[in-house]
Design a binder for this molecule. Structure first.
Ligand SMILES: [Zn+2]
Length: 413
């Protein structure tokens, strides 16, 4: 189990003698406060700021001396495909030995292998295989994790994936947001008929999943090897009718104007974006659609075209950073490493990286009102770090300086 325990969240707690990176909007940089304290009451932040102005804590409040440690918002992984069965290490090995995509597919690899494995697994087995990945994220201070379906590709198996995703939040102290990604790939039984499959996604799968309350959002993979913009738009139309927000895997391998499509539907986020052009960036800025940057996939498949970070800066598009944790193209369970990659590969700044896994990631999930910054009134979702400066979170590789994780005010003893 990660560091947070089931200690009564109802006990008021003061995290005293800390340094804060609040990420509060409107404050330049990371919104840092030296000589700071946080008062937590009822699982929420009652006060965060200078120690000298700390209100008198309720009688019986616990006081934890943070010994000058840094506190950031709990990390938010806003793009994962965490629920899968088996792994694709053999495929990785074959590719390293020079096998082509066809050869990998003939050896039983590729996304179809993940679909076959997920369909064969029951919920208990899927949960068992997924929890270690979730635990790895939590061990680095994640307090909110988005989880997509997309390896079931029929109603029963997509629903099974999303039920397992919901179960994660019962098994561990973490907030889980689920996303229905039925339009991820074409299942083998569709025999190449993408339009007929999209009709099943919009007419059968999505309404049933919405009825069961299994999805907080709807996503689609818009790409030559997946679904066209007009097919993705049909998924978005169906989501809109059900009142569900949308997101899009957009412009990863080619520019199909996916970013602009997402913006047209007021999407929470457009994700990947290596091939997005200036029109796409402008449209996203206007719609308030967050750019989710996924350096793990870029690294793992050895892409060469970088997302247009300068265009996002120029047009003030909010940028989040996520793991894209998935078995085929980003078997990454570290937001710390994702930040390092975003900085090293894409030249994102320390502030952009840290904001990208906290405030902007919360925004990409529509949760900025309740988490993602250290501000009074929000959930007490925090990460306490053994570091001298926030830049260390981005600078180091393969080292975890988390001292403690706080979820909804539940502090380690
Ligand atoms: Zn993805």
């Amino acid at each position: 189990m990660p560091s947070a325990t089931t200690r009564e969240a109802a006990v008021a707690t003061v995290l005293d003698n800390a340094r804060l990176a609040t990420l509060a909007p409107g404050i330049p940089g990371l919104g840092t406060v030296d000589k700071a304290a946080v008062l937590i009451d009822g699982g929420r932040i009652a006060y965060a700021g200078a120690r000298s102005e700390l209100p008198r804590p309720p009688v019986g409040a616990r006081v934890i001396d943070c010994a000058g440690r840094w506190i950031t918002p709990g990390l938010v992984d806003c793009h994962t495909h965490l629920v899968w069965a088996g792994n694709r290490a053999r495929e990785f090995e074959l590719r390293l030995a020079g096998a082509s995509y066809e050869e990998v597919a003939r050896a039983g690899g590729g996304i179809v292998s993940s679909v076959t494995a997920l369909r064969a697994a029951d919920e208990a087995m899927l949960l068992r295989e997924t929890l270690p990945r979730l635990d790895a994220l939590l061990a680095e201070g994640a307090t909110t994790v988005e989880v997509k379906s997309g390896y079931g590709l029929d109603l029963a198996n997509e629903a099974k994936s999303l039920r397992v995703a919901r179960r994660l939040a019962e098994e561990r102290p973490v907030a889980i947001r689920t996303t229905f990604l039925g339009a991820h790939a074409l299942p083998p039984e569709a025999a190449g008929d993408k339009d007929a499959y999209i009709a099943r996604v919009t007419g059968e799968m999505l309404p049933a999943i919405a009825r069961e309350g299994l999805a907080d959002a709807v996503d689609a993979f818009c790409e030559g090897i997946a679904f066209s913009p007009s097919q993705a738009a049909r998924v978005f139309d169906a989501a809109r009718q059900l009142g569900l927000p949308v997101k899009l895997h957009a412009d990863q391998l080619s520019n199909l104007n996916g970013a602009a499509l997402a913006a047209r539907y007021g999407a929470l986020s457009a994700d990947h974006l290596e091939h997005t052009d200036e029109e796409g960036a402008k449209a996203m800025a206007k719609a308030g659609t967050v750019a989710v940057i996924l350096p793990g996939a870029f690294y793992f498949v050895r892409e060469t075209r970088r997302p247009p970070i300068d265009l996002f800066r120029k047009h003030e598009v909010a940028m989040a950073v996520a793991t894209d944790c998935n078995p085929g193209t980003s078997p990454l369970t570290s937001l710390l490493l994702a930040m390092n990659m975003a900085a090293t590969l894409f030249r994102m700044t320390v502030e952009e990286c840290i904001a990208g896994v906290t405030r902007e990631a919360a925004r990409a999930l529509g949760l900025l009102g309740v988490t993602g910054t250290i501000e009074a009134g929000k959930h007490a979702d925090l990460a306490i770090w053994d570091i001298e400066s926030p830049a260390e979170l981005v600078y180091r590789m393969g080292f975890n300086p988390l001292h403690a994780r706080v979820w909804r005010g539940q502090c380690p003893g």
